[in-house]
Ligand binder design. Structure first.
Ligand code: MN
Length: 392
Protein backbone atom coordinates (compact mmCIF):
# COMPACT_ATOMS: atom_id res chain seq x y z
CA UNK A 1 0.00 0.00 0.00
CA UNK A 2 1.51 3.29 -1.10
CA UNK A 3 -0.68 5.19 1.30
CA UNK A 4 1.50 4.89 4.37
CA UNK A 5 4.85 6.53 5.01
CA UNK A 6 6.82 4.72 7.68
CA UNK A 7 8.84 7.10 9.84
CA UNK A 8 11.48 4.45 10.42
CA UNK A 9 11.56 2.47 7.23
CA UNK A 10 15.11 3.67 6.61
CA UNK A 11 16.31 1.78 9.71
CA UNK A 12 16.48 -1.78 8.44
CA UNK A 13 16.88 -3.52 11.73
CA UNK A 14 13.67 -2.26 13.30
CA UNK A 15 11.80 -4.40 10.82
CA UNK A 16 10.91 -7.88 12.01
CA UNK A 17 10.97 -10.69 9.51
CA UNK A 18 7.89 -12.62 10.49
CA UNK A 19 5.82 -14.93 8.35
CA UNK A 20 2.23 -13.58 8.57
CA UNK A 21 1.01 -17.18 8.77
CA UNK A 22 2.75 -17.53 12.12
CA UNK A 23 0.71 -14.77 13.76
CA UNK A 24 -2.58 -15.48 15.47
CA UNK A 25 -5.09 -12.82 16.47
CA UNK A 26 -7.47 -14.31 19.03
CA UNK A 27 -10.24 -11.90 19.73
CA UNK A 28 -12.02 -11.73 23.06
CA UNK A 29 -14.73 -9.13 22.36
CA UNK A 30 -17.33 -11.79 23.12
CA UNK A 31 -15.71 -12.91 26.37
CA UNK A 32 -13.52 -10.32 28.15
CA UNK A 33 -15.23 -7.61 26.10
CA UNK A 34 -18.57 -8.74 27.42
CA UNK A 35 -17.15 -8.61 30.95
CA UNK A 36 -17.02 -4.82 30.58
CA UNK A 37 -19.14 -3.61 33.50
CA UNK A 38 -22.74 -3.20 32.41
CA UNK A 39 -22.45 -5.08 29.13
CA UNK A 40 -24.39 -8.18 28.19
CA UNK A 41 -24.84 -9.29 24.60
CA UNK A 42 -27.91 -11.28 23.59
CA UNK A 43 -27.16 -14.61 21.88
CA UNK A 44 -28.20 -13.04 18.54
CA UNK A 45 -25.92 -10.07 19.06
CA UNK A 46 -23.06 -12.46 19.79
CA UNK A 47 -23.70 -14.23 16.48
CA UNK A 48 -23.77 -10.93 14.57
CA UNK A 49 -20.46 -9.88 16.10
CA UNK A 50 -18.89 -13.30 15.51
CA UNK A 51 -19.92 -13.20 11.84
CA UNK A 52 -18.33 -9.76 11.44
CA UNK A 53 -15.14 -10.81 13.27
CA UNK A 54 -14.95 -13.77 10.91
CA UNK A 55 -15.47 -11.52 7.89
CA UNK A 56 -12.64 -9.30 9.13
CA UNK A 57 -10.54 -12.45 9.34
CA UNK A 58 -9.51 -12.92 12.96
CA UNK A 59 -7.94 -16.35 13.41
CA UNK A 60 -9.68 -17.30 16.61
CA UNK A 61 -12.77 -16.01 18.38
CA UNK A 62 -13.02 -16.49 22.13
CA UNK A 63 -16.78 -16.77 22.09
CA UNK A 64 -17.54 -16.91 25.80
CA UNK A 65 -17.28 -18.56 29.17
CA UNK A 66 -19.73 -21.51 28.91
CA UNK A 67 -20.25 -22.14 32.63
CA UNK A 68 -21.64 -18.63 33.10
CA UNK A 69 -25.20 -19.33 31.89
CA UNK A 70 -27.57 -21.20 29.63
CA UNK A 71 -27.77 -18.18 27.34
CA UNK A 72 -23.99 -18.16 27.03
CA UNK A 73 -23.94 -21.82 26.03
CA UNK A 74 -26.76 -21.29 23.54
CA UNK A 75 -24.89 -18.36 22.02
CA UNK A 76 -21.70 -20.39 21.66
CA UNK A 77 -23.53 -23.36 20.13
CA UNK A 78 -25.26 -21.06 17.67
CA UNK A 79 -21.95 -19.47 16.72
CA UNK A 80 -20.59 -22.98 16.05
CA UNK A 81 -23.52 -23.58 13.67
CA UNK A 82 -22.43 -20.65 11.49
CA UNK A 83 -19.44 -22.70 10.22
CA UNK A 84 -17.15 -19.70 10.36
CA UNK A 85 -13.56 -19.79 9.16
CA UNK A 86 -12.35 -18.46 12.50
CA UNK A 87 -11.71 -21.13 15.12
CA UNK A 88 -14.08 -20.81 18.06
CA UNK A 89 -12.65 -21.02 21.56
CA UNK A 90 -14.27 -21.01 24.98
CA UNK A 91 -12.84 -20.00 28.32
CA UNK A 92 -12.71 -22.52 31.16
CA UNK A 93 -11.27 -22.70 34.62
CA UNK A 94 -8.89 -25.61 35.14
CA UNK A 95 -11.82 -27.80 36.15
CA UNK A 96 -12.97 -30.92 34.33
CA UNK A 97 -16.58 -29.85 34.88
CA UNK A 98 -15.90 -26.51 33.11
CA UNK A 99 -14.17 -28.29 30.25
CA UNK A 100 -17.08 -30.73 29.91
CA UNK A 101 -19.48 -27.81 29.55
CA UNK A 102 -17.23 -26.27 26.89
CA UNK A 103 -17.07 -29.62 25.08
CA UNK A 104 -20.87 -29.79 25.13
CA UNK A 105 -20.85 -26.57 23.07
CA UNK A 106 -18.77 -28.30 20.36
CA UNK A 107 -16.06 -25.62 20.40
CA UNK A 108 -12.82 -26.02 18.46
CA UNK A 109 -10.77 -25.36 21.54
CA UNK A 110 -10.47 -23.93 25.01
CA UNK A 111 -8.43 -21.40 26.90
CA UNK A 112 -8.06 -22.82 30.37
CA UNK A 113 -6.80 -20.52 33.10
CA UNK A 114 -5.71 -20.49 36.70
CA UNK A 115 -4.46 -17.68 38.92
CA UNK A 116 -0.70 -17.99 39.21
CA UNK A 117 0.49 -15.10 41.36
CA UNK A 118 0.82 -15.55 45.10
CA UNK A 119 -1.94 -12.95 45.49
CA UNK A 120 -4.37 -15.05 43.47
CA UNK A 121 -3.26 -18.31 45.07
CA UNK A 122 -3.61 -16.98 48.60
CA UNK A 123 -6.73 -14.81 48.42
CA UNK A 124 -8.76 -16.27 45.58
CA UNK A 125 -7.86 -19.90 45.10
CA UNK A 126 -6.55 -20.71 48.60
CA UNK A 127 -4.15 -23.14 47.00
CA UNK A 128 -0.45 -23.80 47.11
CA UNK A 129 1.68 -23.33 44.01
CA UNK A 130 1.99 -27.12 43.70
CA UNK A 131 -1.77 -27.60 43.83
CA UNK A 132 -2.37 -24.97 41.16
CA UNK A 133 0.31 -26.52 38.97
CA UNK A 134 -1.25 -29.97 39.12
CA UNK A 135 -4.72 -28.49 38.39
CA UNK A 136 -3.29 -26.76 35.32
CA UNK A 137 -1.60 -29.92 34.06
CA UNK A 138 -4.71 -32.03 34.64
CA UNK A 139 -6.91 -29.56 32.77
CA UNK A 140 -4.58 -29.42 29.78
CA UNK A 141 -4.33 -33.22 29.65
CA UNK A 142 -8.10 -33.54 29.94
CA UNK A 143 -8.75 -31.05 27.13
CA UNK A 144 -6.15 -32.67 24.91
CA UNK A 145 -7.58 -36.13 25.55
CA UNK A 146 -10.72 -34.84 23.79
CA UNK A 147 -8.74 -33.82 20.74
CA UNK A 148 -9.37 -30.09 20.91
CA UNK A 149 -7.04 -27.09 20.82
CA UNK A 150 -5.92 -26.14 24.33
CA UNK A 151 -4.27 -22.90 25.35
CA UNK A 152 -3.15 -22.43 28.93
CA UNK A 153 -3.34 -19.03 30.59
CA UNK A 154 -1.46 -18.25 33.78
CA UNK A 155 -3.69 -15.52 35.15
CA UNK A 156 -1.83 -12.53 36.61
CA UNK A 157 1.37 -13.85 34.97
CA UNK A 158 3.01 -10.46 35.09
CA UNK A 159 2.90 -10.45 38.91
CA UNK A 160 3.86 -14.11 39.27
CA UNK A 161 7.23 -15.33 40.51
CA UNK A 162 9.20 -15.94 37.29
CA UNK A 163 10.62 -19.31 38.38
CA UNK A 164 7.15 -20.62 39.19
CA UNK A 165 5.67 -19.14 36.02
CA UNK A 166 8.26 -20.94 33.90
CA UNK A 167 7.50 -24.16 35.75
CA UNK A 168 3.79 -23.73 34.98
CA UNK A 169 4.43 -23.12 31.29
CA UNK A 170 6.92 -25.99 31.09
CA UNK A 171 4.58 -28.51 32.74
CA UNK A 172 1.52 -27.47 30.72
CA UNK A 173 3.57 -27.55 27.52
CA UNK A 174 4.71 -31.09 28.36
CA UNK A 175 1.07 -31.95 29.08
CA UNK A 176 0.29 -31.00 25.48
CA UNK A 177 -0.84 -27.35 25.61
CA UNK A 178 -0.93 -25.95 22.09
CA UNK A 179 -0.13 -22.46 23.33
CA UNK A 180 0.79 -20.71 26.56
CA UNK A 181 -0.64 -17.32 27.44
CA UNK A 182 0.78 -14.44 29.42
CA UNK A 183 -2.08 -12.52 31.03
CA UNK A 184 -1.31 -9.01 32.21
CA UNK A 185 -4.46 -9.22 34.28
CA UNK A 186 -4.12 -5.84 36.00
CA UNK A 187 -2.53 -4.10 33.02
CA UNK A 188 0.49 -3.17 35.12
CA UNK A 189 3.51 -4.24 33.10
CA UNK A 190 5.61 -1.89 30.96
CA UNK A 191 6.68 -2.65 27.38
CA UNK A 192 10.30 -3.25 28.46
CA UNK A 193 9.12 -5.62 31.18
CA UNK A 194 6.95 -7.46 28.69
CA UNK A 195 9.86 -7.86 26.30
CA UNK A 196 11.96 -9.30 29.09
CA UNK A 197 9.23 -11.67 30.24
CA UNK A 198 8.59 -13.02 26.73
CA UNK A 199 12.30 -13.46 26.06
CA UNK A 200 12.71 -15.41 29.32
CA UNK A 201 9.83 -17.74 28.44
CA UNK A 202 11.01 -18.13 24.88
CA UNK A 203 14.51 -19.05 26.01
CA UNK A 204 13.35 -22.02 28.05
CA UNK A 205 10.03 -23.23 26.65
CA UNK A 206 9.28 -24.51 23.18
CA UNK A 207 5.71 -23.42 22.62
CA UNK A 208 3.80 -20.58 20.97
CA UNK A 209 3.43 -17.64 23.32
CA UNK A 210 0.19 -15.66 23.43
CA UNK A 211 -0.41 -12.41 25.25
CA UNK A 212 -3.55 -10.97 26.81
CA UNK A 213 -3.16 -7.37 27.95
CA UNK A 214 -5.28 -4.92 29.89
CA UNK A 215 -5.25 -1.16 29.51
CA UNK A 216 -5.14 0.08 33.11
CA UNK A 217 -2.12 2.28 32.29
CA UNK A 218 -3.10 2.82 28.66
CA UNK A 219 -0.40 0.36 27.58
CA UNK A 220 -2.38 -2.68 26.42
CA UNK A 221 -1.52 -2.22 22.76
CA UNK A 222 2.07 -1.13 23.45
CA UNK A 223 2.61 -4.14 25.72
CA UNK A 224 1.05 -6.53 23.19
CA UNK A 225 3.28 -5.21 20.42
CA UNK A 226 6.32 -5.34 22.71
CA UNK A 227 5.49 -9.00 23.40
CA UNK A 228 5.20 -9.55 19.66
CA UNK A 229 8.60 -7.92 19.07
CA UNK A 230 10.12 -10.26 21.64
CA UNK A 231 8.65 -13.35 20.01
CA UNK A 232 5.04 -13.76 21.16
CA UNK A 233 3.01 -14.86 18.14
CA UNK A 234 -0.57 -14.80 19.40
CA UNK A 235 -2.25 -11.57 20.46
CA UNK A 236 -5.53 -11.25 22.33
CA UNK A 237 -7.64 -8.31 21.19
CA UNK A 238 -11.04 -6.76 21.76
CA UNK A 239 -13.08 -4.54 19.44
CA UNK A 240 -13.30 -0.90 20.56
CA UNK A 241 -10.90 -1.88 23.37
CA UNK A 242 -13.70 -3.39 25.44
CA UNK A 243 -12.87 -5.52 28.46
CA UNK A 244 -12.79 -5.54 32.22
CA UNK A 245 -12.05 -2.17 33.86
CA UNK A 246 -9.99 -0.10 31.40
CA UNK A 247 -10.40 -2.76 28.73
CA UNK A 248 -8.14 -4.90 26.57
CA UNK A 249 -5.83 -4.26 23.62
CA UNK A 250 -7.99 -2.86 20.81
CA UNK A 251 -8.45 -5.22 17.88
CA UNK A 252 -8.40 -2.31 15.45
CA UNK A 253 -5.18 -0.83 16.83
CA UNK A 254 -3.37 -4.18 16.96
CA UNK A 255 -4.13 -5.23 13.39
CA UNK A 256 -3.46 -1.76 11.98
CA UNK A 257 -0.18 -1.70 13.92
CA UNK A 258 0.87 -5.10 12.60
CA UNK A 259 0.00 -4.11 9.04
CA UNK A 260 1.29 -0.54 8.85
CA UNK A 261 3.88 -0.17 11.60
CA UNK A 262 5.39 -3.63 11.13
CA UNK A 263 4.52 -4.13 7.46
CA UNK A 264 3.04 -7.57 8.04
CA UNK A 265 0.53 -8.52 5.38
CA UNK A 266 -2.07 -10.61 7.12
CA UNK A 267 -5.19 -11.42 5.12
CA UNK A 268 -7.56 -9.16 7.07
CA UNK A 269 -10.45 -7.40 5.38
CA UNK A 270 -9.47 -4.10 7.01
CA UNK A 271 -12.27 -2.14 5.39
CA UNK A 272 -14.89 -3.76 7.65
CA UNK A 273 -13.23 -2.40 10.80
CA UNK A 274 -15.41 0.71 11.03
CA UNK A 275 -18.62 -1.23 10.46
CA UNK A 276 -17.66 -3.84 13.07
CA UNK A 277 -16.81 -1.08 15.52
CA UNK A 278 -20.21 0.55 15.07
CA UNK A 279 -21.98 -2.81 15.39
CA UNK A 280 -20.24 -3.42 18.72
CA UNK A 281 -20.95 0.17 19.77
CA UNK A 282 -24.64 -0.34 19.06
CA UNK A 283 -24.85 -3.58 21.04
CA UNK A 284 -22.93 -2.20 24.00
CA UNK A 285 -24.40 1.31 23.96
CA UNK A 286 -20.89 2.43 24.88
CA UNK A 287 -20.10 5.31 22.53
CA UNK A 288 -16.73 5.16 20.79
CA UNK A 289 -14.81 8.31 21.83
CA UNK A 290 -14.39 10.69 18.91
CA UNK A 291 -10.63 10.68 19.30
CA UNK A 292 -10.29 6.88 19.57
CA UNK A 293 -7.50 5.71 17.25
CA UNK A 294 -8.59 4.12 13.96
CA UNK A 295 -12.36 4.13 14.61
CA UNK A 296 -13.12 7.51 16.23
CA UNK A 297 -15.11 10.04 14.22
CA UNK A 298 -12.36 12.66 14.51
CA UNK A 299 -9.57 10.43 13.29
CA UNK A 300 -9.96 11.57 9.68
CA UNK A 301 -11.64 14.92 10.34
CA UNK A 302 -9.90 18.20 9.56
CA UNK A 303 -10.85 21.68 10.59
CA UNK A 304 -7.83 23.94 10.44
CA UNK A 305 -7.44 25.74 7.14
CA UNK A 306 -3.74 24.91 7.00
CA UNK A 307 -4.45 21.18 7.36
CA UNK A 308 -7.34 21.15 4.92
CA UNK A 309 -5.26 22.90 2.29
CA UNK A 310 -2.46 20.35 2.68
CA UNK A 311 -4.75 17.32 2.87
CA UNK A 312 -6.52 18.38 -0.31
CA UNK A 313 -3.17 18.46 -2.08
CA UNK A 314 -1.88 15.22 -0.51
CA UNK A 315 -3.78 13.44 2.28
CA UNK A 316 -0.60 11.85 3.67
CA UNK A 317 0.51 15.29 4.91
CA UNK A 318 -1.84 15.00 7.89
CA UNK A 319 -3.17 11.45 7.73
CA UNK A 320 -1.03 8.39 8.46
CA UNK A 321 -3.09 6.26 6.04
CA UNK A 322 -6.25 6.70 4.03
CA UNK A 323 -9.61 6.47 5.81
CA UNK A 324 -11.04 4.08 3.20
CA UNK A 325 -8.51 1.47 4.31
CA UNK A 326 -10.48 0.93 7.53
CA UNK A 327 -13.90 1.80 6.12
CA UNK A 328 -13.74 5.39 7.41
CA UNK A 329 -14.36 8.68 5.61
CA UNK A 330 -12.41 11.94 5.49
CA UNK A 331 -14.50 14.75 6.88
CA UNK A 332 -14.04 18.49 6.69
CA UNK A 333 -15.31 20.20 9.81
CA UNK A 334 -16.35 23.84 9.71
CA UNK A 335 -15.23 25.84 12.73
CA UNK A 336 -13.09 28.58 14.18
CA UNK A 337 -9.95 27.46 12.33
CA UNK A 338 -11.45 27.19 8.87
CA UNK A 339 -10.08 28.94 5.82
CA UNK A 340 -10.72 29.17 2.08
CA UNK A 341 -9.71 25.55 1.54
CA UNK A 342 -12.39 24.35 4.01
CA UNK A 343 -15.04 26.33 2.18
CA UNK A 344 -13.94 24.94 -1.17
CA UNK A 345 -13.84 21.41 0.21
CA UNK A 346 -17.26 21.70 1.80
CA UNK A 347 -18.85 23.20 -1.31
CA UNK A 348 -17.39 20.38 -3.35
CA UNK A 349 -18.58 17.72 -0.89
CA UNK A 350 -22.12 19.10 -0.87
CA UNK A 351 -22.06 19.83 -4.62
CA UNK A 352 -22.74 23.54 -4.14
CA UNK A 353 -21.12 26.64 -5.50
CA UNK A 354 -21.02 30.30 -4.59
CA UNK A 355 -19.26 33.21 -6.27
CA UNK A 356 -15.61 33.57 -5.19
CA UNK A 357 -16.39 37.02 -3.79
CA UNK A 358 -18.84 35.55 -1.26
CA UNK A 359 -16.51 32.93 0.19
CA UNK A 360 -14.85 35.39 2.55
CA UNK A 361 -18.29 36.25 3.97
CA UNK A 362 -18.91 32.57 4.59
CA UNK A 363 -15.59 32.18 6.43
CA UNK A 364 -16.27 35.17 8.69
CA UNK A 365 -19.75 33.95 9.44
CA UNK A 366 -18.57 30.42 10.31
CA UNK A 367 -15.83 31.74 12.62
CA UNK A 368 -18.30 34.06 14.32
CA UNK A 369 -20.81 31.22 14.83
CA UNK A 370 -18.16 28.81 16.14
CA UNK A 371 -16.84 31.37 18.60
CA UNK A 372 -20.22 31.94 20.14
CA UNK A 373 -20.64 28.17 20.46
CA UNK A 374 -23.18 27.64 17.68
CA UNK A 375 -23.12 24.43 15.67
CA UNK A 376 -21.83 24.78 12.12
CA UNK A 377 -22.85 21.52 10.54
CA UNK A 378 -23.65 20.74 6.92
CA UNK A 379 -27.23 21.87 7.38
CA UNK A 380 -26.23 25.28 8.74
CA UNK A 381 -23.69 25.65 5.96
CA UNK A 382 -26.30 24.86 3.30
CA UNK A 383 -28.61 27.49 4.81
CA UNK A 384 -25.84 30.09 4.69
CA UNK A 385 -25.16 29.28 1.07
CA UNK A 386 -28.87 29.50 0.25
CA UNK A 387 -29.07 32.89 1.87
CA UNK A 388 -26.15 34.21 -0.14
CA UNK A 389 -27.52 32.82 -3.40
CA UNK A 390 -30.99 34.21 -2.80
CA UNK A 391 -29.55 37.68 -2.18
CA UNK A 392 -27.45 37.49 -5.34
MN1 MN B 1 -8.73 -10.34 30.94
Amino acid sequence: MKSFVSPYNFVENVNLKVDPKDIIVYDTTLRDGEQTPGICFTPDEKIDIAIKLDELGVNQIEAGFPVVSDGERRAIRNIMKQSLNSEILALTRTLKSDIDVALSCDVDGIITFIGASDLHLKYKLKMTREEALSKAVEAVEYGKSHGIFVAFTAEDSTRTDLGYLLELYKSTTEAGADRIHIADTTGSIRPMGMRYLVSQIKASIDNTIGVHCHDDFGLAVANSLAAFEAGARAISTSMNGLGERAGNASLEEIILGLRLLYGIEMPFKYEVIYELSRLVEKYTTMPVPKNKAVIGDNVFAHESGIHVLAVRAEPLTYEPYSPEFVGQKRRIILGKHCGMSCIDAKLEELRLSVPQSEKETLILKIKEMAERGAKVGDKEFKNMVQEILSKG
